[in-house]
Design a protein around this ligand. Structure first.
Ligand SMILES: [Zn+2]
Length: 244
């Protein structure tokens, strides 16, 4: 997930594991063009064995072998900047030392859909950010109004401090509004695997921007800061990412 340089040859890698969550471990001989260096490319899935003394929070990698590289995505303009964004999000939302199998599966699922060409980059970004917040238990319900409890369809108002979505006529006015397309997109994202998510036929870009705004505001409200990699996401697709 993250590599910090320790010396000329050694690095400290932060690795997301299925069973133990985030682990930090020294990898010897991992700089330059070695196989170990290739194993540590961002979001490459690896087989790893780590030795760790009891009570220490830093392990030492004995063996590391790449299983599935994400390198092809790092070369694509629509996905290159998604990789650091996904990695930084996982670091921000995964508690260390806790099994985070759902997060691991989410990352693998999004990477596979992208590698197999089953989803465009911007949609995959929205899918990932909504789901990582949902797994953290902080994504609003997208099916029912938080005030009256009836089904949401059509436009909705958004309150980041809840966070919640509500009918525009329920509750005070002045909250940001999202389009019917955004509501439909969020309902599809939270109910379907990524390749089955349907973008609305009209105003696709507005729907994606609305979903992004909701995820961004929920994340900022929860973390109290913004992810560094998020600001870079807009460099390639020219989407402005100023606060709403
Ligand atoms: Zn309502």
């Amino acid at each position: 997930m993250k590599v910090d340089i320790l010396s000329e040859k050694d690095v400290v890698a932060t690795v997301l594991t299925r069973e133990r969550g985030l682990l930090r471990a020294v990898v010897h001989g991992a700089r330059g063009r070695s196989k170990r260096a290739a194993s540590l490319q961002l979001l490459t899935e690896v087989e790893i064995s780590v030795f760790r003394r009891e009570g220490s929070d830093l392990g030492s990698v004995r063996e590391i072998e790449p299983r599935q590289s994400a390198f092809s995505l790092a070369m694509r303009p629509d996905t290159a900047l998604l990789l650091p964004y996904m990695a930084e999000s996982a670091l921000a939302f995964c508690p260390p030392e806790m099994a985070v199998q759902e997060t691991y599966r989410l990352i693998r699922h999004v990477l596979d859909a992208l590698i197999e060409g089953q989803a465009p980059g911007p949609l995959a970004g929205r899918y990932f950010e909504c789901w990582i917040l949902k797994l953290a238990g902080i994504f609003p319900s997208v099916r029912t109004c938080s005030v009256c409890g009836n089904a949401l369809s059509g436009k909705a108002a958004f309150e980041p401090s809840g966070p919640f979505l509500l009918h525009p006529d329920c509750g005070e006015r002045g909250r940001p509004l999202v389009t019917e397309g955004t509501v439909a997109l969020l309902q599809s994202i939270t109910a379907s695997p990524l390749p089955a998510v349907r973008l609305p036929q009209a105003q696709e870009r507005e729907a994606l921007l609305g979903a992004e705004m909701i995820a961004r505001e929920v994340r900022r409200h929860f973390l109290g800061f913004e992810l560094k990699s998020y600001a870079l996401l807009g460099v390639l697709d020219a989407t402005p990412r100023s606060p709403c």
